[in-house]
Ligand binder design. Structure first.
Ligand code: ZN
Length: 409
């Protein structure tokens, strides 16, 4: 299945945020997970049964709310002949807004990965756990553990280690045979190591080259791993992916694969953040240039540059919680586009100054800017808040900045 883009993940995460904020007054929020391949009629039957069961609920308002939620899901199900490729997830119910009021909410998601099994849950919050697991990065890394006697190749998918190949070498042990000259022994020894390294290099090409690996980890006891890694045995495309440092591990069998993943834990988690650190640093360098380099920040400047097609890379903080909205004044009919903070007060009308503004249409700011950027060939990079640089983007630059193709007046 295709990898989720950063924007897809962003959208999905934002949906989750909204879903998780909803709380019921009683156990009245209904979550339903429908796996692909499950007949819609089965799901409908199940829900009709739950519907009749729920008539036994003691609290009148909870009873009413649960029945309404199930009813709503039943009618939404009618839009489907069968579940989509990854199944369907429904979150429907009355969420609490203020002390005594509730508001019916309904989310229907087609998840980024297949729903594993059918699930119906009615609780005071929506059940989102299975969706979180789908958001966990599942990058693949190549693994090699090697010493003079043995090497093992494997893959790391997310958190799962897959052993691919274990090879024993024919390199003679330390002690030379009687009668052999030291020089001859050394030559044979070096020759055998060369052959062994060559073989492992070829196996790496075979196992790794066609895969879209995020990186390759090399480890082992002693100095052999460096000798191998720097000796020109690894295909040049794969060499680029070898991550520093080489890892000291005690074993060169499957245990070694487990050891190397453990040893590389910090490197792997830093790697996720490296790309965005680099981008923000590039931005900073441009901004620091005395004449003002190829960079701009703040929504107005970024939007202007974007509309001119001058933006090479748009940097957007995932922490932005804003929307582009069309606002209309019900007093003087004044209508205009503005960027608003999620959940903030709209304030008075800029024309007649009456507090009579209403949102006519709204779109998440990140999505709006992304749509603006794409036809112009601008790259969009979502930057998390997990690095110092990511925080800097949000706090110092309002979460929006651009690296430019040319300078904009
Ligand atoms: Zn007005």
């Amino acid at each position: 299945m295709p990898e989720l883009s950063h924007l897809d993940k962003y959208r999905f995460r934002r949906d989750l945020e909204a879903i998780e904020k909803a709380l019921g007054r009683g156990t009245e929020l209904v979550s339903v997970y429908v796996p692909p391949g499950k007949p819609i009629s089965d799901v409908a039957n199940y829900l009709r049964n739950e519907y009749s069961q729920s008539s036994n609920i003691k609290s009148a308002s909870t009873r009413k709310h649960v029945m309404q939620a199930i009813d709503s899901i039943l009618s939404r199900l009618k839009a489907y002949k069968e579940p989509p490729a990854n199944g369907l997830v429904f979150f429907v119910g009355h969420k609490q807004i203020g002390a005594d009021q509730t508001d019916m909410v309904a989310f229907v998601l087609e998840p980024p990965e297949p729903v594993a099994s059918f699930l119906y849950r009615c609780d005071s919050a929506f059940y989102t756990e299975p969706l979180h697991e789908m958001l966990i990065e599942k990058d693949t890394y190549g693994l090699v553990v090697i010493d003079q006697g043995e090497a093992t190749l494997g893959l790391l998918h997310g958190k799962r280690i897959e052993a691919l190949k274990n090879v024993q070498s024919l390199v003679p042990r330390k002690h030379r045979m009687g009668g052999q000259s030291a020089r001859r022994f050394e030559r044979l020894h070096d020759q055998a190591i060369h052959e062994f390294f060559k073989k492992i290099g070829d196996l790496m090409t075979e196992a790794f080259l066609s895969r879209n690996l995020r990186g390759i980890l090399i480890g082992g006891p002693g100095y052999t791993k460096e000798q191998f890694a720097t000796g020109g045995y690894i295909h040049h495309e794969l060499t680029k992916k070898v991550l520093a440092p080489y890892f000291d591990v005690g074993y060169t069998d499957e245990n070694g694969l487990r050891e190397i993943v453990e040893a590389a834990r910090t490197v792997l988690s830093d790697l996720d953040l490296m790309r965005e650190k680099d981008l923000v640093q590039e931005l900073m360098e441009e901004i620091r240039k005395p004449e003002g380099g190829l960079a701009t920040y703040g929504e107005a400047h970024v939007r202007h540059a974007l509309e001119l097609g001058a933006v090479d890379t748009l940097l957007v903080s995932e922490g932005l919680r804003k929307a582009r909205a069309t606002l209309k004044c019900s007093n003087c009919e004044h209508e205009y586009a503005a960027t608003i903070d999620d959940g903030a007060d709209l304030g008075p009308c800029p024309k007649c100054e009456k507090p009579a503004l209403a949102v006519q249409a709204r779109k998440d700011l990140v999505e709006e800017l992304t749509e603006l950027a794409q036809p112009l060939g601008t790259k969009v990079e979502l930057v998390s808040r997990e690095s110092e640089e990511g925080e800097l983007l949000l706090k110092a630059f309002g979460g929006l900045a651009a690296i430019l193709r040319y300078r904009v007046a």
